[in-house]
Design a protein around this ligand. Structure first.
Ligand SMILES: Cc1cc2nc3c(=O)[nH]c(=O)nc-3n(C[C@H](O)[C@H](O)[C@H](O)COP(=O)(O)OP(=O)(O)OC[C@H]3O[C@@H](n4cnc5c(N)ncnc54)[C@H](O)[C@@H]3O)c2cc1C
Length: 568
């Protein structure tokens, strides 16, 4: 144990479990532990809950940062059960879309990625009859995925009874052929076989940007889910989801402290092992705990909070081999929000990826893939604009390291690059929607450094790991190590660096950690549905909307978001 992890004050006599981070994983862990009679407290370094799953406001517009699709929006699906337990979707309508995404190339040629496999098949065949075999296979697989109720299981494998294991095996076994064929085909290889150049370049962009080393499974699974109403967009959007889970947590008796940055986990000797007995904050204050759960960035937890004392071969491989290789976590993202007083893009799909021409790709600062996503965010849910108008979200993958270097070594350059983005976006939008520039109230650019500063995620990675090898190792962290670290008692890890990226996986990781903890404390695990029935209302965002009449709004997080607001 290093001195930094030693306590300086008495730590005994508390039953409270401390959860570090009020992202979806931390909130979910808190809810499930409260449901099981534990007293918990969440420590969050920011002023709002949600972590990645957030939104903020400028000039009355709400800039919803996260959700493009939410797995588990169909009430008949098993992931919905988790959202229902967490009260995440109670009282909310869900929007679903006919097209998952539309891709337009630099010459204006369009491919519509419909979520209905029959319609998609017809459309793709009309573009490229010569690709009939591959198109028909893709759409056939999609239909088969639509029949599956895929979700991370609701209990981790080591805690499943034999009946649950048999049921899971019975569900998976008949699909092994499907998983083998689609999991064994990389999207790149699939595109290689396509004959039509338009299909070749548009297929990898189905999920908004090219995710690189993905097999066909995530594409098929997500589009199939969207077609079955199981990957929709909830009223209230990203922050709405986080705030609803927060309400559930507080109703269950949980406590959240904001503006609290945890700096170290405090340890004490326990026989040959150590055990976690609390945390030390950035300001030196110590808070005792009976157990500690970290749901924050994996690297920060292991290398900073615990000073690299509890590495295992699996963690060594992940953090000393796979991470430094590069390309195995999600790239950074530039996100641009535009708030304007005009309704634009009526009749267009909600989401389009534009493949840029060479000149545009050159002009758009640090654009990794020569394409940009445009989403009509204000059409995805009500309440994002103060009046008749639009919120447009544009996004593209970029290079974290460059933005990070400029921000720390050359701030004027960092700022200039952001201003260049604003200039580009203005002219790009003007071409699409003539006259829009006169109606723009605000343009805001968030870089991957913004994301890193706001959530602490390594490299500004939006969903943590992005590699099959890493995913296999995460399986071990959950099913072999049981979300704990050898030699360290009373300490657990959850969140997207442990369970894989996405909101449903983050939420399920909170459920798992509560299940393991119950097991270790010899308690049976229990869960129940939220019976909250109130309708969603924008006051629940907790944002200081200029149009809001609420008295109970919290501070806007303007001081923590490193963004640029165009001078209009
Ligand atoms: C732009 C974007 C788009 C996305 N789109 C989708 C989508 O469409 N669908 C989907 O399913 N998923 C999507 N995701 C992924 C999803 O949002 C994440 O996988 C998920 O929210 C991760 O939750 P988490 O709780 O594990 O981690 P985080 O959200 O990172 O939460 C960690 C929390 O810990 C806090 N924290 C960090 N350090 C400390 C500290 N030292 N002390 C105290 N608190 C600390 C942070 O402030 C944060 O609140 C998207 C993510 C992003 C960023």
């Amino acid at each position: 144990m290093t001195t930094a992890n030693k306590t300086t004050s008495a730590t005994k006599g508390t039953n409270e479990i401390l959860i570090i981070g009020a992202g979806v994983a931390g909130l979910a862990a808190g809810c499930y532990l409260q449901m099981n009679g534990f007293q918990t407290r969440i420590l969050e370094r920011h002023t709002l809950p949600g972590g990645c799953c957030t939104a903020w406001t400028r000039k009355g517009y709400v800039f919803d940062y996260c959700i493009e699709w939410l797995n588990g929006t169909d009430p008949d699906s098993s992931p919905y059960k988790v959202w229902h337990e967490l009260g995440a979707l109670n009282g909310k309508s869900i929007k679903t879309f006919e097209q998952f995404n539309r891709v337009i190339d630099a010459d204006g040629q369009t491919v519509n990625f419909y979520t209905d496999p029959d319609r998609l098949e017809q459309h793709l065949l009309s573009i490229s009859p010569e690709d009939e075999r591959l198109i028909k296979n893709f759409c056939r697989y999609m239909r088969r995925f639509q029949k599956l109720d895929l979700c991370p299981p609701l209990a981790p494998i080591p805690l499943m009874g034999w009946k649950q294991k048999l049921t899971m095996a019975a569900e998976i076994l008949p699909q092994l052929g499907l998983f083998w064929r689609t999991g064994g085909t990389q999207m790149d290889d699939f595109c290689e076989q396509l004959k039509h150049p338009l299909l070749k370049k548009t297929f990898p962009l189905i999920l908004m940007q090219d995710h690189g080393n993905f097999s066909l499974i995530p594409y098929l699974y997500t589009m199939a889910a969207a077609g079955s109403g199981n990957a929709g967009f909830p009223e209230g959007g990203s922050l709405g989801l986080s705030q609803s889970i927060t309400r559930r947590y507080l109703d269950l008796g949980g406590k959240i402290d904001y503006k609290i940055k945890v700096d170290r986990v405090l340890l004490e000797k326990d026989g040959d092992d150590n055990r976690a007995v609390g945390v030390r904050l950035k300001n030196g204050r110590e808070i005792p705990a009976s157990q500690v759960i970290s749901t924050i960035d994996g690297h920060t937890t292991l290398f900073h909070l615990l000073e690299e004392q509890y590495m295992t071969p699996t963690l060594d491989k992940l953090y000393h081999e796979i991470l430094p290789q590069g390309g195995n976590t999600y790239p950074g993202l530039i996100t641009v929000f535009v708030g304007c007083r005009k309704k634009v893009g009526e009749g267009e799909p909600h989401s389009t990826t534009y493949i840029l021409n060479e000149q545009e790709a050159e002009q758009l600062p640090e654009c990794m893939q020569g394409s940009i996503l445009l989403q009509h965010r204000s059409r995805m849910a009500d309440g994002f604009t103060p009046q008749e108008g639009s919120v447009i979200r544009l996004a593209y993958f970029t290079y974290f390291d460059r933005w990070n270097r400029w921000r720390s070594e050359d701030k004027p350059h960092y700022r200039r690059r952001k201003e260049e983005i604003v200039t580009f976006i203005r002219s790009f939008l003007e071409k699409l929607y003539p006259g829009i520039n006169d109606t723009i109230d605000v343009i805001e650019v968030a870089t991957p450094v913004t994301m890193k500063r706001y959530t602490g995620n390594t490299g500004g990675a939006i969903l943590g790991w992005k590699s099959e090898e890493a995913d296999n190792l995460l399986d071990r962290l959950i099913n072999k190590d049981k979300m704990q670290l050898p030699g360290l008692k009373n300490f657990y890890m959850a969140g997207h660096w442990v369970a894989g990226g996405s909101l449903i996986k983050a939420a399920v990781s909170g459920r798992y950690v509560a299940q393991f903890l119950c097991k270790n404390m010899n308690r049976s695990f229990d869960s129940g549905f939220s019976n909250y029935q109130g309708a969603w209302h924008p006051d629940q965002w907790g944002l200081q909307l200029e149009r809001s009449t609420s008295e109970s709004v919290q501070d806007d997080e303007a001081d923590v978001l490193e963004t640029i607001t165009a001078n209009i």
